[in-house]
Design a protein around this ligand. Structure first.
Ligand SMILES: [Fe+2]
Length: 318
Protein backbone atom coordinates (compact mmCIF):
# COMPACT_ATOMS: atom_id res chain seq x y z
CA UNK A 1 0.00 0.00 0.00
CA UNK A 2 1.25 3.47 -0.79
CA UNK A 3 0.06 6.69 0.80
CA UNK A 4 0.80 10.00 -0.82
CA UNK A 5 0.70 12.60 1.96
CA UNK A 6 -0.31 16.24 1.60
CA UNK A 7 3.34 17.36 1.34
CA UNK A 8 3.92 14.90 -1.56
CA UNK A 9 5.88 12.50 0.65
CA UNK A 10 5.09 8.89 -0.26
CA UNK A 11 5.10 6.07 2.33
CA UNK A 12 5.13 2.42 1.26
CA UNK A 13 3.75 -0.32 3.52
CA UNK A 14 4.35 -3.96 2.48
CA UNK A 15 1.38 -6.29 2.98
CA UNK A 16 3.13 -8.44 5.63
CA UNK A 17 4.04 -5.32 7.64
CA UNK A 18 0.43 -4.13 7.55
CA UNK A 19 -0.81 -7.55 8.58
CA UNK A 20 1.67 -7.74 11.49
CA UNK A 21 0.68 -4.28 12.70
CA UNK A 22 -3.07 -4.59 12.45
CA UNK A 23 -4.82 -3.49 15.62
CA UNK A 24 -5.70 -6.67 17.44
CA UNK A 25 -4.50 -8.67 20.47
CA UNK A 26 -0.75 -8.28 21.01
CA UNK A 27 -0.19 -12.05 20.97
CA UNK A 28 -1.80 -12.42 17.57
CA UNK A 29 0.49 -9.69 16.25
CA UNK A 30 3.53 -11.54 17.48
CA UNK A 31 2.53 -14.85 16.01
CA UNK A 32 1.92 -13.60 12.51
CA UNK A 33 5.00 -11.43 12.25
CA UNK A 34 7.86 -13.64 11.07
CA UNK A 35 10.53 -11.07 11.85
CA UNK A 36 9.33 -10.43 15.40
CA UNK A 37 11.10 -12.33 18.16
CA UNK A 38 8.86 -14.00 20.72
CA UNK A 39 10.33 -15.54 23.84
CA UNK A 40 9.30 -19.19 24.17
CA UNK A 41 6.65 -19.92 26.80
CA UNK A 42 8.13 -20.96 30.12
CA UNK A 43 7.90 -24.66 30.92
CA UNK A 44 7.31 -25.11 34.62
CA UNK A 45 8.76 -28.24 36.18
CA UNK A 46 8.77 -30.36 39.30
CA UNK A 47 11.80 -32.29 40.63
CA UNK A 48 11.48 -35.11 38.07
CA UNK A 49 11.27 -32.59 35.22
CA UNK A 50 14.61 -30.90 35.90
CA UNK A 51 16.30 -30.55 32.46
CA UNK A 52 19.36 -32.74 33.19
CA UNK A 53 19.93 -34.18 29.75
CA UNK A 54 20.91 -31.05 27.92
CA UNK A 55 23.82 -31.32 25.59
CA UNK A 56 25.47 -27.94 25.79
CA UNK A 57 29.25 -27.71 26.05
CA UNK A 58 31.22 -24.51 26.54
CA UNK A 59 33.28 -24.96 23.32
CA UNK A 60 30.10 -25.46 21.25
CA UNK A 61 28.47 -22.36 22.78
CA UNK A 62 31.55 -20.26 22.07
CA UNK A 63 31.79 -21.55 18.51
CA UNK A 64 28.21 -21.73 17.21
CA UNK A 65 25.70 -18.87 17.21
CA UNK A 66 22.88 -21.36 16.53
CA UNK A 67 23.87 -23.50 19.51
CA UNK A 68 24.18 -20.42 21.72
CA UNK A 69 20.71 -19.29 20.67
CA UNK A 70 19.29 -22.75 21.39
CA UNK A 71 20.96 -22.66 24.81
CA UNK A 72 19.62 -19.20 25.73
CA UNK A 73 16.10 -20.13 24.62
CA UNK A 74 16.28 -23.31 26.69
CA UNK A 75 17.53 -21.38 29.72
CA UNK A 76 14.55 -19.04 29.43
CA UNK A 77 12.09 -21.92 29.03
CA UNK A 78 13.28 -23.98 32.02
CA UNK A 79 14.88 -21.25 34.15
CA UNK A 80 17.98 -23.37 34.45
CA UNK A 81 20.62 -24.88 32.15
CA UNK A 82 23.73 -27.02 32.48
CA UNK A 83 26.94 -26.49 30.49
CA UNK A 84 29.62 -29.18 30.24
CA UNK A 85 33.32 -29.10 29.29
CA UNK A 86 34.05 -25.79 31.02
CA UNK A 87 37.42 -26.95 32.35
CA UNK A 88 38.45 -26.47 35.98
CA UNK A 89 40.20 -23.12 35.82
CA UNK A 90 38.56 -19.84 36.70
CA UNK A 91 37.54 -17.86 33.63
CA UNK A 92 34.73 -19.93 32.08
CA UNK A 93 32.03 -17.77 33.71
CA UNK A 94 33.53 -14.61 32.22
CA UNK A 95 34.14 -16.30 28.88
CA UNK A 96 30.52 -17.44 28.50
CA UNK A 97 29.03 -14.20 29.86
CA UNK A 98 31.11 -12.13 27.44
CA UNK A 99 30.10 -14.35 24.53
CA UNK A 100 26.47 -13.57 25.43
CA UNK A 101 26.75 -9.98 26.69
CA UNK A 102 28.42 -8.78 29.91
CA UNK A 103 28.79 -9.80 33.50
CA UNK A 104 26.89 -7.71 36.03
CA UNK A 105 29.23 -6.03 38.45
CA UNK A 106 28.15 -6.08 42.09
CA UNK A 107 29.87 -5.08 45.32
CA UNK A 108 31.07 -8.69 45.48
CA UNK A 109 33.04 -8.24 42.24
CA UNK A 110 32.56 -9.28 38.63
CA UNK A 111 33.15 -12.93 39.54
CA UNK A 112 33.71 -14.50 42.94
CA UNK A 113 34.63 -17.84 44.46
CA UNK A 114 32.31 -19.83 46.70
CA UNK A 115 34.31 -21.81 49.22
CA UNK A 116 34.43 -22.14 52.99
CA UNK A 117 36.03 -19.04 54.53
CA UNK A 118 37.21 -18.38 58.11
CA UNK A 119 35.15 -15.15 58.58
CA UNK A 120 32.12 -15.66 56.34
CA UNK A 121 29.79 -12.72 55.54
CA UNK A 122 27.30 -15.08 53.88
CA UNK A 123 26.03 -18.60 54.53
CA UNK A 124 27.47 -19.47 51.09
CA UNK A 125 30.95 -19.39 52.65
CA UNK A 126 30.10 -21.77 55.52
CA UNK A 127 29.61 -25.54 55.70
CA UNK A 128 25.93 -25.18 56.66
CA UNK A 129 23.09 -26.18 54.42
CA UNK A 130 22.08 -23.05 52.48
CA UNK A 131 18.28 -22.67 52.67
CA UNK A 132 16.37 -22.15 49.44
CA UNK A 133 16.73 -18.55 48.28
CA UNK A 134 17.33 -16.14 45.45
CA UNK A 135 20.52 -14.06 45.39
CA UNK A 136 20.57 -10.34 46.25
CA UNK A 137 16.82 -9.88 46.95
CA UNK A 138 17.71 -6.53 48.55
CA UNK A 139 18.25 -4.94 45.14
CA UNK A 140 15.37 -3.30 43.26
CA UNK A 141 16.26 -5.56 40.36
CA UNK A 142 18.12 -8.62 41.62
CA UNK A 143 20.59 -10.13 39.11
CA UNK A 144 18.71 -12.01 36.39
CA UNK A 145 20.98 -15.01 35.94
CA UNK A 146 23.32 -16.69 38.41
CA UNK A 147 26.23 -18.61 36.87
CA UNK A 148 28.04 -21.22 38.98
CA UNK A 149 31.02 -23.09 37.57
CA UNK A 150 32.32 -26.06 39.57
CA UNK A 151 36.12 -25.97 39.86
CA UNK A 152 36.34 -28.75 42.46
CA UNK A 153 33.66 -30.73 44.26
CA UNK A 154 33.18 -32.24 47.71
CA UNK A 155 33.51 -36.05 47.89
CA UNK A 156 30.02 -36.14 49.45
CA UNK A 157 27.37 -33.46 50.08
CA UNK A 158 27.55 -30.00 48.53
CA UNK A 159 24.61 -30.73 46.25
CA UNK A 160 23.04 -27.79 44.43
CA UNK A 161 19.29 -27.58 45.00
CA UNK A 162 16.87 -25.98 42.54
CA UNK A 163 13.13 -25.42 42.82
CA UNK A 164 11.02 -23.80 40.12
CA UNK A 165 9.63 -20.87 42.09
CA UNK A 166 7.13 -19.95 39.37
CA UNK A 167 5.75 -23.48 39.50
CA UNK A 168 5.21 -23.52 43.25
CA UNK A 169 3.72 -20.01 43.10
CA UNK A 170 1.18 -21.26 40.54
CA UNK A 171 0.45 -24.30 42.74
CA UNK A 172 -0.29 -21.90 45.59
CA UNK A 173 -2.43 -19.64 43.40
CA UNK A 174 -4.55 -22.67 42.51
CA UNK A 175 -4.65 -24.58 45.82
CA UNK A 176 -4.20 -21.91 48.49
CA UNK A 177 -5.18 -18.54 46.97
CA UNK A 178 -5.22 -16.75 50.35
CA UNK A 179 -1.58 -17.63 50.98
CA UNK A 180 -0.70 -16.65 47.41
CA UNK A 181 -2.41 -13.26 47.88
CA UNK A 182 -0.62 -12.56 51.19
CA UNK A 183 2.75 -13.29 49.57
CA UNK A 184 1.89 -10.95 46.67
CA UNK A 185 0.55 -8.14 48.87
CA UNK A 186 2.84 -7.85 51.88
CA UNK A 187 5.87 -5.62 51.23
CA UNK A 188 8.99 -7.14 52.75
CA UNK A 189 12.05 -5.06 53.52
CA UNK A 190 15.02 -7.05 52.26
CA UNK A 191 18.21 -5.70 53.73
CA UNK A 192 21.84 -6.55 54.33
CA UNK A 193 24.94 -4.69 55.34
CA UNK A 194 28.56 -5.55 55.88
CA UNK A 195 31.99 -5.29 54.35
CA UNK A 196 33.29 -7.06 51.30
CA UNK A 197 36.95 -7.89 51.76
CA UNK A 198 37.64 -8.43 48.06
CA UNK A 199 36.23 -5.09 46.87
CA UNK A 200 37.19 -3.57 50.26
CA UNK A 201 33.84 -1.81 50.40
CA UNK A 202 31.17 -1.31 53.02
CA UNK A 203 27.66 -1.99 51.77
CA UNK A 204 24.12 -1.46 53.05
CA UNK A 205 21.49 -2.59 50.59
CA UNK A 206 17.74 -2.36 51.10
CA UNK A 207 14.66 -2.84 48.91
CA UNK A 208 10.96 -3.23 49.60
CA UNK A 209 9.27 -5.94 47.54
CA UNK A 210 6.80 -8.76 48.13
CA UNK A 211 7.85 -12.41 48.11
CA UNK A 212 5.84 -12.95 44.92
CA UNK A 213 5.91 -9.99 42.53
CA UNK A 214 3.39 -9.97 39.66
CA UNK A 215 3.56 -8.16 36.35
CA UNK A 216 0.69 -6.09 34.97
CA UNK A 217 -0.90 -9.20 33.41
CA UNK A 218 -0.92 -10.90 36.81
CA UNK A 219 1.86 -13.36 35.88
CA UNK A 220 4.62 -14.02 38.39
CA UNK A 221 7.56 -11.79 37.55
CA UNK A 222 10.04 -12.18 40.42
CA UNK A 223 10.21 -14.49 43.43
CA UNK A 224 12.07 -13.30 46.51
CA UNK A 225 12.95 -15.70 49.27
CA UNK A 226 15.98 -15.28 51.48
CA UNK A 227 16.98 -14.99 55.14
CA UNK A 228 18.16 -11.40 54.67
CA UNK A 229 14.94 -9.75 55.77
CA UNK A 230 15.00 -6.63 57.90
CA UNK A 231 13.81 -7.00 61.50
CA UNK A 232 11.12 -4.41 60.66
CA UNK A 233 7.86 -5.48 59.08
CA UNK A 234 5.57 -2.81 57.63
CA UNK A 235 2.42 -4.62 58.60
CA UNK A 236 -0.46 -4.21 61.06
CA UNK A 237 0.08 -6.41 64.12
CA UNK A 238 -3.04 -8.50 63.46
CA UNK A 239 -1.68 -9.54 60.03
CA UNK A 240 1.80 -10.62 61.12
CA UNK A 241 0.95 -14.22 62.07
CA UNK A 242 -0.82 -14.74 58.73
CA UNK A 243 2.22 -13.44 56.85
CA UNK A 244 4.63 -15.75 58.67
CA UNK A 245 2.29 -18.71 58.09
CA UNK A 246 2.28 -17.91 54.36
CA UNK A 247 6.08 -17.56 54.29
CA UNK A 248 6.39 -20.88 56.11
CA UNK A 249 4.12 -22.59 53.58
CA UNK A 250 6.22 -21.33 50.66
CA UNK A 251 9.51 -22.21 52.39
CA UNK A 252 8.26 -25.74 53.05
CA UNK A 253 7.20 -26.14 49.43
CA UNK A 254 10.60 -24.91 48.22
CA UNK A 255 12.25 -27.86 50.06
CA UNK A 256 9.61 -30.46 49.22
CA UNK A 257 11.16 -33.43 47.35
CA UNK A 258 8.29 -33.25 44.85
CA UNK A 259 9.44 -29.83 43.70
CA UNK A 260 13.14 -29.62 44.56
CA UNK A 261 15.78 -31.10 42.26
CA UNK A 262 19.23 -32.00 43.65
CA UNK A 263 22.11 -31.65 41.22
CA UNK A 264 25.66 -32.75 41.84
CA UNK A 265 27.87 -30.43 39.83
CA UNK A 266 31.04 -32.19 38.72
CA UNK A 267 34.29 -30.29 38.15
CA UNK A 268 34.08 -28.69 34.70
CA UNK A 269 30.29 -28.23 34.80
CA UNK A 270 28.45 -24.94 35.03
CA UNK A 271 24.86 -24.31 36.00
CA UNK A 272 22.96 -21.17 34.99
CA UNK A 273 19.97 -20.29 37.15
CA UNK A 274 17.20 -17.75 36.45
CA UNK A 275 17.52 -15.79 39.69
CA UNK A 276 14.09 -14.15 39.27
CA UNK A 277 12.37 -17.53 39.00
CA UNK A 278 14.37 -20.34 40.60
CA UNK A 279 14.97 -20.85 44.28
CA UNK A 280 18.36 -22.41 44.89
CA UNK A 281 20.30 -23.81 47.83
CA UNK A 282 23.08 -26.19 48.80
CA UNK A 283 23.29 -29.25 51.02
CA UNK A 284 25.73 -29.09 53.94
CA UNK A 285 29.43 -29.86 53.67
CA UNK A 286 31.55 -32.14 55.83
CA UNK A 287 35.18 -31.36 56.70
CA UNK A 288 36.54 -33.06 53.56
CA UNK A 289 34.07 -31.16 51.40
CA UNK A 290 34.87 -27.88 53.13
CA UNK A 291 38.53 -28.29 52.27
CA UNK A 292 37.94 -29.00 48.61
CA UNK A 293 34.70 -27.58 47.20
CA UNK A 294 35.08 -24.44 45.11
CA UNK A 295 32.69 -22.81 42.66
CA UNK A 296 33.28 -19.73 40.54
CA UNK A 297 30.25 -17.46 40.25
CA UNK A 298 29.00 -14.46 38.33
CA UNK A 299 25.79 -12.73 37.26
CA UNK A 300 24.20 -11.59 34.03
CA UNK A 301 21.04 -9.54 33.48
CA UNK A 302 18.04 -10.66 31.44
CA UNK A 303 17.77 -7.35 29.54
CA UNK A 304 21.13 -7.97 27.89
CA UNK A 305 20.54 -11.69 27.39
CA UNK A 306 17.14 -11.17 25.74
CA UNK A 307 18.61 -8.38 23.62
CA UNK A 308 21.23 -10.89 22.44
CA UNK A 309 18.51 -13.44 21.64
CA UNK A 310 16.49 -10.85 19.69
CA UNK A 311 19.49 -9.65 17.65
CA UNK A 312 20.57 -13.21 17.02
CA UNK A 313 17.05 -14.18 15.90
CA UNK A 314 17.16 -11.35 13.39
CA UNK A 315 20.66 -12.32 12.16
CA UNK A 316 19.83 -16.03 11.87
CA UNK A 317 16.58 -15.29 10.00
CA UNK A 318 18.52 -13.55 7.17
FE1 LIG B 1 22.85 -18.17 46.30
Amino acid sequence: MQIKWGDEHVSTYPADWLRAHRLTAADANNQISTSHFVLPARKHWQADGFPRDTNFSLPSLLKSEEKLQEFLLSMHEYGVALVRDCGTDEGAVKQLAEKVAFLRHTVFGLTWLIRVLPNPNSIAYTTYEAPMHIDLPYMDTPPGILMLHCLSQAPTGGLTYCTDGFHIAEQLRRDDPDTFRVLCDVPVTWSTHGHDSISNMDYYFQADAPVIELDRDGDVKTMRLNQVRSSFLKLDADKVARFYAALHTLSRMSCDARYRAAVRLEPGEMILIDNHRMLHGRSELDAAGAAVRCLSGGYMDWDLVVSRMRSQHKALAK
